[in-house]
Design a protein around this ligand. Structure first.
Ligand code: IPM
Ligand code: MG
Length: 362
């Protein structure tokens, strides 16, 4: 089969890990007889430097027309001026909003081979297999007003947390649908003891649960959830939550898997379903890690696993997705590690070598 993909690899380590993701994708193409046409475009700081905007219109258009988008990472100290008019991150947010990608899936799986590499005790993280469903186009990230201004008493700033019942309903449904295909347990995370948006969130989640009687729903406050993720992460199956809570909790959860460099993500405009191809953006959850850029150090596994998610959800190629996941397992079993997951007695490799090892085993 033929597929048209867009690659926006961005800044810092983004292009390096992205290259390895594409290498593995091409290995899949070769083995299974698919052709992946990839159109590259700038996003983030790279786009600001080239065009003065973080997501040029033709790049957005290209992403809209593609079967799927592979994204690296955006941001870096060069564009960090708090008084700057545009920020690299705006490009990422515009892409999410522009493609209507309201559902961000972030699976957290503990690899048996890495269980001793985590900062958390092996007996606590053993068997962890959960997935976050993070709302991605609402909440504090997009709410208006959003501004900073001067008052006679000093400077002031405001961000707005806002959600409609429709926005909550569609993301909660994604959570229920995924839970239905897994262990049938959905945890909805909010701060309903303080926030009005959370009180609406909890009401809507409860209402939607009437359509999913086969799934057990529980509500958890976000502070309690952040504690429970460390204390007993195996408790969770699917977690659905709003944008900012999801951002924070998924970084925390990456430590269960040993490193941010291990966690892939898919941003989708609907419920993923077997046999149905939906467009999406696929990216590692880690950032641009500017200190690691250009050093052939960064772990490309999060990106490689994001490519697997792309094959599964947007391209309708589950067998090929599985081949990538198995290849990653194999390379880890053979003892190869990038610096972030390195431990005694293992073989340390760089970004490129890790990509080669996985591609060879596809
Ligand atoms: C993420 C990142 C982004 C976010 C940043 C880069 C804007 O942290 O994807 O988790 O906050 O959503
Ligand atoms: Mg984040």
């Amino acid at each position: 089969m033929q597929f048209n993909l867009a690659a926006v690899l961005g800044d810092g380590v983004g292009p390096e890990v992205g290259r390895e993701g594409i290498k593995v994708l091409q290995a899949v193409g070769k083995k299974y007889g698919h052709v992946f046409n990839i159109q590259h475009g700038p996003i983030g700081g790279a786009a600001i430097d080239a065009t003065s905007v973080p997501l040029p219109l033709d790049v957005l258009k290209n992403c809209k027309n593609a079967d799927a988008v592979l994204l690296g990472a955006v941001g870096g100290p060069k564009w960090d001026n708090p008084l700057g008019k545009v920020r690299p991150e705006d490009g990422l947010l515009a892409l999410r909003k522009g493609l209507g990608l309201f559902a961000n899936l972030r699976p957290v799986k503990v690899f048996p081979t890495l269980i001793d590499g985590s900062n958390i005790k092996p007996e606590i993280i053993k068997g962890v297999d959960l997935v976050f469903v993070r709302e991605l186009t609402g909440g504090l990230y997009f709410g208006r007003p959003k501004k900073q201004w001067r008052t006679p008493g000093g400077r002031r700033a405001v961000d707005t947390m806002s959600y409609s019942d429709k926005e909550i309903e569609r993301i909660v449904r994604v959570g229920f649908e995924l839970a239905r295909r897994r262990r049938r347990k959905l945890t909805s995370v909010d701060k309903a003891n303080v926030l009005e948006t959370s009180r609406l969130w909890r009401q809507v989640a409860t209402e939607v649960s009437a359509d999913y009687k086969d799934v057990e729903l529980d509500h958890m406050l976000v502070d309690a959830c952040s504690m429970r993720l460390i204390q007993n992460p195996a408790y969770f199956d699917v977690i659905v939550t709003e944008n900012t809570f999801g951002d924070i909790l998924t970084d925390e959860s990456s430590m269960l898997a040993g490193s941010m460099g291990m966690l892939p993500s898919a941003s989708l405009a609907g419920v993923p379903q077997e046999g149905v191809k939906i467009p999406g953006v696929y990216e590692p959850i880690h950032g641009s890690a500017p200190k690691r850029a250009g050093l052939n150090m960064a772990n490309p596994i999060a990106t490689i696993l994001s490519v697997a998610m792309m094959l599964r959800y947007s391209l309708g190629l589950p067998k090929e997705a599985q081949a990538i996941e198995d290849a990653v397992d194999k390379v880890l079993e053979e003892g190869y590690r990038t610096y972030d997951i390195m431990s005694e007695g293992k073989t340390k490799v760089g970004t490129k070598e890790m990509g080669d090892l996985v591609a060879e085993r596809v």
